[in-house]
Design a protein around this ligand. Structure first.
Ligand code: UGA
Length: 463
């Protein structure tokens, strides 16, 4: 892309700009050597962070937080004036959840952050959006900035989407597989490179390169929605294959392995199971469709509706399997599972996190509960969040407590604690040896040898 040349007198980017992160993604950039200020409007969260406690479960993050707070490179605040005073580059990392009234993204947190920060700015600054947003948002933020910036203070906008995966956040920030920089001026470009110099320096010491795609706002915004839609489509593709395997007696795990050896297809994100959840993929495919519809390209993304439906059907499939294993008919209102105790192993949307947002495990548990079953739910890290979101479910403190006396065990999150549980030991605790392996993550022959009636996802019923 051809960027306009800097005019004479344009200030040079700083070698190591001071960074603020609104929405507290701050921690890893301090590890890269920057002076960082994290801002969140949640005073309780900020208090925890300042004390060196990470409010979420994210492997490796506590250690980095404590080290960098102690080194004086990392501080936290709830005060926008302080953030404006401190930073040269301000990253906006706030959430963009699904709106209450439709499929689109709720941009109110982005708007609140920008309008609270900008009036306090006193020197040339760069505002960088990292949140996942519908295409057109960066241009809208630019207008907001124009409206709220103090006279004579130059404030620019850039967009640089974040690709981190929960459970791998530290690694994904320190060693990103690419950077996407949506910029409108050479100054913004240089400033963003300076704000990521630590990432390039680390890569150089490890003999790696970090690819950088420099582009316009619209492309930068679309990259994120496109990437998450591709991942969601890949998962729904294999789950659609699972449905076909289920009616034809084939095994989707072997099918996935076989097609994954073709590196044009690749083996990642081809694990069939209960489908995708979390705070990103489900709402992003919906927001992407809603935005395309607004822009007159709704037809182009109609397949994402199908991706969503396939994903939802996987959740109902577990209830069908439960009815089948427990010998109850599946009527128009679902099965009646009254009188059965079901141990649900897993509440988080995937292992390695305590996040239960749009978790397939919790959604399936609600369905089983609605069907009349007595539930005993256990998760190694997600109990507090699950309790907050679903206070009316029955929780067990340990795996052993959950399975004791159960008529059916459902593994709905692929935690190692479940994958490597001893099927003979679990068998000695349950009332009925029936197991649904919602992620195809158990050692099927081992469970069957221990006397279990086993059902996987997209796998033939063992003879
Ligand atoms: C996702 C993307 O992977 C990140 O690149 C992106 O930055 C992030 O969203 C975001 O938008 O912020 P995340 O939500 O942490 O990251 O979770 P994933 O690892 O993508 O998993 C999503 C869901 O797909 C989980 O429920 C997982 O169990 C499921 N999944 C994943 C499958 O069902 N099968 C697979 O083969 C892989």
């Amino acid at each position: 892309m051809n960027l306009p040349q800097p005019s004479l007198g344009t200030p040079q980017p700083l070698a190591r700009p001071r960074l603020t992160f609104i929405g507290t993604y701050a921690i890893c950039f301090a590890e890269l050597g920057y002076d960082v200020l994290g801002l969140d409007v949640d005073a309780q969260k900020i208090e925890l962070l300042a004390r060196g406690e990470v409010p979420i479960h994210e492997p490796g993050l506590d250690d980095i937080l404590r080290r960098n707070v102690a080194a004086g490179r990392l501080r936290f605040t709830t005060d926008y004036a302080e953030a404006a005073e401190f930073g040269d580059v301000h990253f906006i990392c706030v959430g963009t959840p699904q709106r209450g009234d439709g499929l689109g993204a709720d941009l109110s947190y982005v708007e609140a952050a920008v309008t609270a920060l900008v009036p306090h700015l006193t020197r040339q600054s760069l505002i960088v959006g990292k949140s996942t947003v519908p295409v057109g948002t960066a241009a809208w933020v630019e207008q907001l900035v124009g409206k709220h910036a103090p006279a004579g203070v130059e404030v620019e906008v850039a967009w640089s989407p974040e690709f981190l995966q929960e459970g791998y956040a530290v690694e994904d920030v320190l060693r990103p597989n690419r950077l996407v920089l949506g910029v409108r001026s050479p100054w913004a470009h240089e400033m963003l490179l300076a704000a990521h110099k630590g990432v390039f320096d680390l890569a150089a010491t490890e003999d790696r390169e970090v690819p950088v795609v420099v582009t316009d706002f619209a492309t930068a915004e679309l990259v994120k929605h496109a990437a998450n839609s591709f991942l969601a489509t890949k998962i729904s593709f294999i789950n659609a294959m699972a449905e076909v395997c289920e009616v034809s007696g084939a095994d989707v795990s072997q099918l996935a392995r076989a097609i994954g050896y073709d590196d044009r297809i690749g083996k990642k994100f081809l694990r069939a199971g209960v489908g995708f959840g979390g705070a990103c993929l489900p709402k992003d495919i919906r927001a992407f469709q809603a935005r395309a519809q607004e822009l007159g390209a709704g037809e182009a993304l109609r397949f994402l509706h199908e991706v969503d439906l396939i994903n939802q059907r996987r959740r109902s499939r577990v209830v069908q399997l439960a009815a089948d294993l427990l010998g109850r008919p599946y009527g128009p209102a679902g099965p009646d599972l009254t009188g059965f105790r079901i141990a649900v192993l897993g509440a988080t949307f995937k292992p390695g996190t305590d996040d239960v947002r749009d978790s397939p495990a919790l959604s399936i548990t609600r369905k089983l509960r609605r069907a009349g079953a007595e539930i005993a739910l256990y998760d190694p890290k997600g109990m507090a969040n699950a309790r907050r979101e679903q206070p009316d479910l029955e929780y067990a403190d340990t795996l052993v407590d959950a399975v004791t006396g159960a008529d059916l065990v459902c593994v709905l999150t692929a935690w190692e604690e479940f994958r490597y549980a001893d099927p003979s030991h679990v068998a000695s605790l349950v009332r009925g040896r029936r197991v649904i392996d919602g992620l195809n993550c158990l050692d099927q022959p081992l469970w069957i040898a221990a006397g279990w009636e086993y059902r996987g996802m997209g796998r033939p019923t063992p003879a």
